[in-house]
Design a protein around this ligand. Structure first.
Ligand code: ADP
Ligand code: F6P
Length: 533
């Protein structure tokens, strides 16, 4: 096992693998320019950064949905083929508006996300109607098959290890379709960014949908989760719902119809170096000084979230109101700032949630504000520099989700904060397993407990604040998003090496590093796998 820090460019693997990522949201967005060319914008997400570094030394193909109009035009102009973009290879999948709507706005986000974050009020919702079933068949299944087909068609003839990493709940059926097309010559290793709840939560899904998801994931070689708890829940869910699935006492392995599938935790992290750099940029410094002017001498209680029911923003506001009622000495001395970015507004629940947040914040301000003090300020918008600026200044960072795969805000905040701020962290955030010891624990449903935790943080002795903040910063610095990804590649490579040594099949000729460039240039690959493989 090679050693590396998160800031390394990337490890050298003994066997040069072809790495394929599949995700709904891709690494780049395109917009058409007047001269017919395209402007490329690189996404800011951690996965993009991790793969960007890896792509400097290894061949990386990313398959994603065309989301914007520009993405569609770009894919069309390139006849839906693999193209080289900023050191990676990219293929965008175009689907019809209806198919995308059904996949994203009927199945993936409203149904699976809500099940996995346990957000349903089951006496009323969800109702799985004819429309849902139609969206499953004509949106979700179709899109997943499109992804698998696009991946299979893009794979060149090579004897190098091929590792395919489908990301998240949008692509649950991809492993099944891939295995059908490619057989055992590839390592399939999905990673699930969101929580995997225990068997009970999955009873909401009709049996055939549930079984299709589990059987597909069990066509993988290993499934990556944020925490050991998620991995264990997956094992239990498979055992509970699939009669042929057994774990033989193991907490992290499922045996299903001759296949041994590992369930492993790879806790995701942030790009430490990049976040530290952004914190120092002039744009961020300017925002810091503007925020300092606005906060004055008050203690800052900060939250930074997508507008997302699972983030529990409403109960956070409720707790703040209760704090001002229970501990009047904090009135005028604290400032709550919520930086909220709109998300998934095509889903009704998200629109309703934003409306309720604004109403609750308005009620708090109406009840407590005076001519010098507005207790809550909500800023809606996507401004990462502002988020990083505010994180430097918090006295309390409130992270109280009902459920969260990891929660990167907790890690970003711990890294950049300058005030020895206190992290209030939900016991149901994945980050709790790494950071919980040095945070104040919040049970997301317990308003009273949250009030007490805020009060405790506001009155915490400076040396305790310092001790906790330093410990948190140290933990975040130790791990980063590159290591998160390299660990997955390492495991897949190890497995593919042992698989190769078991196989007595004859070797195909070694392909060059630029094997993908034949598809990139538009020439058809002569190695498109057939269904019989
Ligand atoms: P999720 O992936 O569920 O949205 P995370 O906390 O894991 O939650 O990651 C969210 C990312 O988006 C973080 O990098 C965070 O800094 C960023 N972000 C969240 N809210 C905002 C906001 N209002 N403005 C700018 N960036 C935001
Ligand atoms: O990080 C939260 C998350 O839901 C991921 O699990 C997921 O892949 C991504 O965000 C999708 O976000 P969006 O719906 O904005 O594409």
């Amino acid at each position: 096992m090679m050693q590396q820090t998160d800031n390394d460019d990337g490890p050298e693997y003994s066997k040069n693998p072809l790495i394929i990522i599949a995700s709904n949201r891709g690494p780049f967005t395109f917009s058409a320019k007047a001269d017919g060319s395209f402007a490329v914008k690189r996404g800011a997400g951690g996965l993009v950064t991790a793969l960007g570094a890896l792509a400097e030394h290894h061949e990386v193909l990313w398959v994603a949905s065309a989301l914007s109009r520009g993405d569609h035009e770009w894919a069309k102009q390139h006849q839906d083929r693999v193209q080289a973009v900023e050191g990676m290879y990219l293929r965008l999948i175009r689907s019809t508006r209806t198919c995308f709507q059904q996949h994203y706005n009927v199945i993936a986000n409203p149904l699976f996300w809500f099940i996995q974050h346990q957000l349903w009020d089951t006496s009323r919702t969800p109702s799985i109607t004819r429309k849902t079933w139609q969206a499953w068949h004509e949106g979700y299944v179709v899109t997943n098959k499109q992804f698998a087909d696009a991946i299979a068609e893009s794979i060149p003839q090579t004897d190098r290890p091929i590792i395919i990493f489908p990301q998240d709940y949008h692509l649950y059926l991809v492993p099944y379709f891939l295995r059908e097309r490619l057989g055992e010559r590839v390592q399939i290793q999905p990673f699930l960014h969101i929580p995997w709840p225990g068997p009970d939560a999955w009873r909401i899904l009709p049996e055939s949908m549930r079984v299709a998801i589990l059987v597909s994931l069990l066509a993988s070689d290993r499934v990556g989760f944020q925490t050991k708890k998620d991995a264990f829940n997956f094992v239990q869910t498979c055992r509970f719902y699939l009669p042929d699935a057994h774990s033989h006492g193991s907490r992290d392995t499922i045996y299903y119809r001759g296949r041994e599938v590992k369930a492993r935790a790879y806790p995701i992290s942030i790009d430490v170096k990049k976040v530290e750099e952004i914190a120092e940029e002039p744009q961020t410094r300017l925002l810091v000084s503007q925020l300092l002017n606005a906060i004055g001498e008050r203690s800052l209680i900060l939250r930074v979230d997508r507008i997302e029911p699972s983030k529990n923003i409403l109960r956070g506001l409720e707790a703040y109101r209760a704090l001002l009622e229970t501990y009047p000495e904090h009135r005028g001395k604290v400032q709550m700032l919520a930086l909220l970015v709109p998300s998934r507004m095509g889903v009704d629940e998200y629109q309703d949630y934003l409306r309720d947040i604004m109403a609750e914040a308005g009620m708090i301000n109406a009840q407590f504000s005076d001519e010098f003090w507005e207790p809550v300020r909500i800023i809606v918008g996507d401004n990462y520099h502002r988020a990083i600026a505010a994180m430097q200044l918090y006295d309390i960072l409130l992270v109280n989700p009902i459920a969260d795969g990891m929660n990167l805000v907790a890690k970003e905040g711990a890294l950049v904060n300058h005030r020895n701020g206190v992290l209030l962290l939900s016991e149901h955030a994945g980050a709790f397993y790494e950071l919980g010891e040095h945070a104040l624990t919040v049970s997301p449903f317990d308003i009273h407990g949250t009030v007490e935790a805020i009060h405790q943080a506001l009155t915490m002795p400076p040396n305790e604040r310092q001790r906790r903040a330093e410990a948190l910063r140290g933990l975040v610095r130790q791990s980063g998003v590159r290591r998160w990804f390299y660990a997955q590649v390492e495991d897949a490579l190890r497995a593919s090496t042992s698989q190769a040594s078991k196989d007595s099949t004859s070797e195909t000729p070694e392909a060059s590093k630029s094997a993908l460039s034949s598809t990139a240039s538009g020439a058809p690959s002569d190695s498109t796998p057939t269904d019989s493989e």
